[in-house]
Design a protein around this ligand. Structure first.
Ligand code: DX5
Ligand code: ZN
Length: 226
């Protein structure tokens, strides 16, 4: 099964409650929350209060993607605020093992992510300490960017790497995922698909229809994989 994690970055901030309910009623499995600090990436978004509020009111897995410079300090706070999974960038920490362990200690699963230019090998020493891998298929910072084509090859390589070692950890893909790009990335091995603009803003915000189209793209990819 491949899960969809809509990125709330492209939801209407004024109508967040309605947009998220529509996505959840369409049967999505997770919500992707992009936290940006204006330092690690050139944009500023949400913080801990939003995660707390979503936790209080929504019964869905909260998938928090930290694009911040000091994850050691803040990642455990997001876990305690109610995130189910907290993902950090390898480029943002000098102490990855410690950061990952601190997320688990604070009660959440831990994910690790790479910018598009970062070597996959940087994951090799933490393969057994991670609950999810996230491959960025755009340079982080903004929604609505185009999928970087060599991301498919990177997902395929990571998929072989972890399956050769019998490691059962899902691969998430984030950036530029649409019904057109989903098939190839799912075929390559992605287990969780993040989509922001393709869920909340394309087709005049037809969230239900957009999720259906994404599912069709995912199915095409899975049919090719098997
Ligand atoms: C980019 C974010 C993504 C982004 C995805 O920095 O990490 O999660 O919101 O948006 P789309 O799906 O529009 O590329
Ligand atoms: Zn993200």
């Amino acid at each position: 099964m491949v899960r969809i994690s809509p990125s709330i970055l492209s939801a209407d901030p004024y109508d967040l409650r309605s947009d998220l309910s529509r996505a959840i009623d369409s049967g999505i499995d997770m919500l992707h929350i992009d936290v940006m600090d204006g330092h690690f990436v050139p944009n500023i978004t949400y913080g801990i209060p939003l995660v707390k509020a979503l936790r209080k009111h929504l019964d869905v897995e909260l998938d928090v993607h930290l694009m911040i410079s000091d994850p050691d300090k803040y990642a455990p706070m997001f876990a305690k605020a109610g995130a189910d999974i907290v993902t950090v960038h390898v480029e943002a920490t000098d102490h990855l093992n410690r950061t990952l362990a601190s997320i688990r200690e604070a009660g959440a699963k831990c994910g690790v992510t790479l910018n598009p230019h970062t070597q996959l090998d940087s994951l090799s020493w933490v393969l057994d300490q991670v609950d999810m891998f996230l491959i960025m298929s755009v340079n982080p910072g903004f929604g609505g960017q185009s999928f970087i084509p060599n991301s498919t090859q990177r997902v395929g390589k990571l998929y072989s790497m972890i399956h050769d070692l019998n490691i059962d950890v899902p691969i998430e893909i984030d950036g530029g995922i649409t019904p057109v790009t989903a098939p190839e990335i799912v075929q390559a091995g992605a287990d969780i698909v993040v989509a922001g603009s393709a869920v909340f803003s394309t087709n005049n915000g037809d969230i239900e229809g957009n999720i259906r189209s994404l599912r069709e793209g995912i199915k095409l990819g899975l049919d090719q994989r098997n």
